[in-house]
Design a protein around this ligand. Structure first.
Ligand code: SF4
Length: 228
């Protein structure tokens, strides 16, 4: 395992050092949720099975076609970035005809790249979905040698497609977050956090909260639950 800060543009990550793109979404929602899923694998199956089923459904969505007018649509596209040490899958990547874009083998003209991430719920208060989408875009940029300034999040509950700018400080935040995840992973340490608003909707709450609350008095626990 490489020491913290050892990586730079000229260093590659070993196979066992790669992170899944989806990890950043869980970590950004709650570092503890990430630890429960990716370090303490006994609980990973709950969440990942659901996600796998949803991906499967999306892959068979009859609304998604391979070619629509001026755009080519690719589903379930595997991506990776040796520079960032991450690997994963984009739900959908659209290549839109645009003379400022890149060339694609077997197609005429140039195309702009637009990642689209599908989510079953509605837009969230936190940035976890934006982090995941941006990291997907960063992988695509590295693989296709292009720049991606926006992506889309599609929310199943609201049937709404949100255009998200992918510029600015978020990329630096993502690289910092990846480093934090690596540090926890290296020390095999599940982060401890305070109860948060997201606990209510967290799929791991039944497993996590009793443990989190172990050091509290029953009164403090009840006050915490009531004040949510
Ligand atoms: S229940 Fe709360 S603290 Fe525990 S993993 Fe879920 S969001 Fe994090």
């Amino acid at each position: 395992m490489h020491a913290q800060g050892e990586h730079n543009d000229f260093t590659t990550y070993g196979e066992d050092e790669y992170l899944q793109i989806a990890e950043i979404q869980h970590y950004q929602f709650c570092p503890r949720q990430w630890g429960l899923i990716y370090l303490e694998h006994q609980w990973a199956e709950n969440v990942l099975t659901v996600e796998g089923t949803l991906l499967h459904q999306k892959a068979h969505d009859p609304e998604i076609k391979e070619k629509r007018g001026n755009r080519i649509v690719k589903r379930s596209l595997r991506v990776a970035s040796p520079r960032l040490g991450v690997v994963g899958m984009c739900d959908v990547v659209e290549f839109i005809r645009d003379e400022t874009g890149i060339r694609l083998p077997a197609y005429q003209g140039r195309y702009r790249v637009l990642p689209v991430e599908y989510k079953r719920g509605r837009p969230k208060e936190g940035k976890e979905d934006i982090f995941q989408l941006t990291l997907e875009a960063m992988c695509l940029e590295d693989m296709l040698v292009t720049r991606i300034d926006e992506g889309c999040l599609y929310y199943g509950e609201t049937h709404h497609r949100l255009t998200v700018p992918l510029k600015g400080a978020i990329r630096t935040q993502i690289e910092k977050t990846l480093q934090e995840i690596r540090n926890f992973r290296e020390h095999r340490q599940t982060p401890r956090v305070k109860r948060r608003r997201g606990c209510k909707s967290c799929s791991l709450k039944d497993l996590c909260l009793p443990e989190l609350s172990r050091t509290k008095s029953a009164h403090a626990y009840m006050m915490g639950v009531i004040s949510e």
